[in-house]
Design a protein around this ligand. Structure first.
Ligand code: CP
Length: 302
């Protein structure tokens, strides 16, 4: 992984995932290690973020490094017409690693081909969000004691939700059974279903999941991605398709955990927050340990 960019979750192997998860456990036990002294990480966020940017910055700070960057490209020379190509060329000179979120699918790959330092994709449009997936894997292993042979329900926006795309690709290496629950307008794109068929994994598509919820080991709720819709009437029609409530958890498995990459809008009622099966806030905390592990491995410090 040393000096390698992380653009898609498929850039790393199953053994890489496990190595990152093991190192993240080490960071969870001993969060502060001064190994980034003298290193600079640039966080370039062309789209809003709370968790991803701040957990990356927290990770760098805990390891003794420095952060430069922006959370709003309107404060940069992009507003004067500077291209992404030029921005990446320049920022490469100022740092040891770039973490970038951008609305365009493929922008992270493009940046990784231009940059002279490794690039970590912090989300490129509806495409991929690989570091979210690694923290999801960490959360799943921590709560289930394993990654293999689990039944994963993904609920909400399968079309535009980059986190479900990355998670599907990763969990397909662990013999998962998938249930995709979405309105017709937001179904899982065909390319991901082709992938699952090609590796011989079972997946099922539903419009409702109340009758089958007792089968789930993980329910991965997602927000309907308003910012990706060209037709806001369609967004209004689908935005409240699924709202998970505490009473729906009555006949669920003991080991069930509810994950959500966050932010949530209406899709998980606040009455779920007190359930021992709610794990989404702890999941976000795991993002710090995972990002410490990813940064230190890419910079060759572990
Ligand atoms: N999960 C996630 O990507 O959250 P942010 O958009 O707040 O970074």
């Amino acid at each position: 992984m040393k000096n390698k960019s992380l653009v898609s979750i498929t850039d790393f192997s199953k053994s890489d995932y496990l190595k990152i998860l093991d190192l993240a456990e080490e960071y969870e036990r001993h969060p502060v290690k001064d190994i980034l002294k003298g290193k600079v990480v640039a966080t370039l966020f062309f789209e809003p973020s709370t968790r991803t940017r701040l957990s990356f910055e927290s990770a760098v700070n805990k390891m003794g490094g420095k952060v430069i960057g922006f959370s709003d490209s309107s404060s940069t020379s992009v507003t004067k017409g500077e291209s992404l190509y030029d921005t990446i060329k320049i920022v490469s000179n100022y740092c040891d690693l770039i973490v970038m979120r951008h609305p365009l699918e493929g922008s992270a790959r493009f940046a990784s081909e231009i940059a002279t330092v490794p690039v970590i994709n912090a989300g490129d449009g509806a495409n991929q969000h690989p570091t979210q997936t690694l923290l999801d894997l960490y959360s799943i292993r921590k709560t289930q004691g394993k990654l293999d042979n689990l039944t994963i329900f993904m609920v909400g926006d399968m079309k535009y939700g980059r986190t479900v795309h990355s998670l599907l690709m990763a969990m397909s290496q662990f013999n998962a059974t998938f249930h995709f629950i979405s309105p017709d307008e937001l179904k899982m794109p065909e390319e991901y279903k082709i992938h699952l068929r090609s590796v011989g994994l079972r997946f099922y598509e539903h419009k409702d999941f109340t009758d089958i919820i007792s089968e789930a080991d993980i329910i991965y709720m997602t927000r309907v991605q308003k910012e990706r819709f060209s037709d806001l009437i369609e967004y209004e029609r689908t935005k409240n398709a699924y709202v998970l409530k505490n009473k729906m958890l009555v006949n669920t498995k003991e080991n069930l955990r509810i994950l959500h990459p966050l932010p949530r809008v209406n899709e998980i009622d606040q009455d779920v927050d007190q359930s021992p099966k709610a794990y989404y806030f702890a999941q976000a905390l795991n993002g710090v340990y995972i990002r410490q592990a990813i940064i230190s491995l890419i910079l060759g410090l572990n």
